[in-house]
Structures are given as C-alpha cells and as structure tokens.
Design a protein around this ligand. Structure first.
Ligand code: F6P
Length: 319
C-alpha cells in the first residue's frame, strides 16, 4: 500500500478536521501518500481532489467544519455513480480509502467492499446514532452547544415565568436531547425513542408550579414531533406563556471540544493503522477506553440503543 484517499461525507461534525489531520499525519509517518477528496463522494465521482501533506492539515485540530468540504450525494447510490468513483480510485492509483461520516456515509463506505477496495470508516455525526461506537466525532461539541444555549434560555425563562421548548438536532435520534436535558437541567425531554404525551408534560409543569418553580424547560429532539404544535397544545391546555427556540445548525459549528479532538485524533490514527494491518470493510470505534474494529455490515444494519437509565435519570432529577 502506497497511497490512500480520505474524504468527509454527510452532515459536517466538529472534529472532522482533527480526524483528517490524524489520518494525514499518521499516513505520512507510515510513508504513505494521501489524497483528500472534496465534498464527500462527489469528489470521488468528479475526481475533485487535493494532495495532502503535513502542512495541509496545520492548524486543523481545533477548526470546526471540514476543510475538505462535505455533501450528501444521491448520485453515489446509483451504479453509474459508484463506477465513476471506482474509476477515479483506480486512475489515481489509490490503494485504500478512509471515509469519515455518519450512517449514510458508512453505508457508502461499505459499498467499496463490492469493488474490492480496502476501506475503513470513521464515525462522525453530531447525532451519535452510529452502531459500534460509544461516541461519534462531533456529538460532544454539539451537546455542549445545546447545554450552553439551554442555560441562557433558563435565565430569560425564569425572569418571565415562561415555559420554553428548545428543539435540538439529532434526526431520528434523541441522543443530543437526552444529553442536553441531563446536563442542562431540563424539566422534561421529548425524544423519538420513548412514548410521551402532552398530558404527562403538562402534569410535570403543574407539579413544578406547585413547588414554586417559575419556569419550565422542555428539551425536544427534532425527530420527536412538530415543536410548534406541541407548544400550542401546552399553551392552550394550561393558559401559559410558552416560547419555542429551535437551535438548528448552530449545533454543527464551532471549535470541537477537547473530547472530540481527542476522539477524532485517535480514530483517524487507528483507521490508518487498520489499513496498514490489511483490515478492510470495517469501522474504527470507541468501546470504553479502547479503540475497536467493527464490520461495516454490522454497523449499517444496526442502531445503537438509547440508555434507559439516563432517560429515567432525567425524569428523577427534574422532579
Ligand atoms: O445528521 C446531522 C444533522 O445535523 C441532523 O441532526 C439533522 O437532522 C440534519 O443533519 C440536517 O441536515 P441538513 O444540514 O442537510 O439540513
């Protein structure tokens, strides 16, 4: 193996740059050349790339976003798109590939096994919904951003005796919501993985009011339902002053936390080491304190379980 390719794909996640930096510097340390493909799988299809050396990744450990660019590329799901990508890989004499991204990107990475191209995936998604790793790159930073916002909202909520619903990202996953509710002291959390009712939320609000609580903070995962409809129902059932805040893409930006930089550096490094060890069609993940390899097949066919103890803990601590 002489030359490897690396790309970032799907929604950007803080720490992707630190992962690319680790890939490039480990690869060069191991005497490999590195090509960075631009805008995810689109760079492979269009042969849009840049050669990466030690300096190309200078100053990248703390930079948010991804300097390689990223995209969701429907074209790569077609046979002709895949063939063009494989053609680029062959033409550039690339021996192996590292794909950094979430579920969709890792599904794309798995496709290369059909074409016998050694590939290793690196989990990066603020949603933290990838099977086979305790954490994905970017989740910790996004959760911290959400917690910071919730603390600020609490100040104004309690000044005005208001109920606030704060929507966080996560697609179909409630991981950010759960983490933000626990760390941010949310009074209720609404996530797609658990059933919930308006009556139950209203009961919580009344319970808080009885003990003199002036505000109520409800953290809502974007996949759990329409936040404006939930707010309207709460408002009219209880005659309360209700406000909605949608945090949106602010959660995807910013400098990665130390946790995400460390995770990204370790995963990026391990991905190169795995390729050197002739591993393929696997993802590097974090299990406890250790790095481990998981079959991409297993990764793409499964969904991680939400920790019910944490869900129950949010309820207990918000009493
Ligand atoms: O997967 C990351 C994520 O930020 C999700 O939480 C969110 O649902 C989605 O991407 C938003 O995608 P886009 O940036 O394409 O609107």
């Amino acid at each position: 193996m002489k030359k490897i390719g690396v790309l970032t794909s799907g929604g950007d996640a803080p720490g992707m740059n630190a992962a690319v930096r680790a890939v490039v510097r480990t690869a060069i340390y191991k005497k490999l050349e590195v090509i960075g493909f631009l805008d995810g799988f689109s760079g492979l299809i269009k042969a849009d790339f840049q050669e990466l050396d030690l300096s190309s990744v200078g100053g990248m450990v703390d930079r948010g976003g991804t300097f390689l660019g990223t995209a969701r590329v429907p074209e790569f799901t077609t046979l002709s798109g895949q063939k063009e990508a494989v053609e680029t890989i062959k033409r550039l004499d690339i021996d192996a590939l590292i794909v950094i991204g979430g579920n969709g990107s890792l599904t794309g990475a798995h496709i290369f096994s059909k074409y016998s191209i050694p590939t290793i995936g690196v989990p990066a998604s603020i949603d933290n919904d990838v099977f086979g790793t305790d954490y994905c790159i970017g989740f910790d930073t996004a959760a911290n951003t959400a917690v910071d916002a919730i603390s600020k909202i609490r100040d104004t909520a309690s000044s005005h005796d208001r109920v606030f619903l704060v929507q966080v990202m996560g697609r179909n996953s409630g991981m950010i919501a759960l983490s933000a509710a626990l760390a941010g002291g949310g009074d209720s959390v609404i996530i797609p993985e658990r059933p919930w009712t308006i009556d139950e939320i209203c009961k919580n609000i009344k319970y808080g009011q009885k003990r003199g609580k002036k505000h109520n903070l409800i953290v809502v995962a974007e996949g759990a339902g329409n936040i404006n409809e939930i707010a309207t129902q709460i408002k009219y059932q209880n005659n309360l002053d209700v406000r909605v805040t949608v945090l949106g893409h602010i959660q995807r930006g910013g400098a990665p936390t130390a946790f995400d930089r460390n995770l990204a550096s370790r995963l990026g490094h391990e991905a190169v080491i795995a390729l050197k060890a002739k591993e393929s069609d696997k993802m590097v993940g974090l299990s406890g304190r250790e790095m481990k390899l998981v079959d991409l097949e297993e990764v793409v066919l499964n969904k991680p379980e939400l920790d019910d103890k944490i869900y129950q803990l949010v309820k207990i601590l918000s009493l």
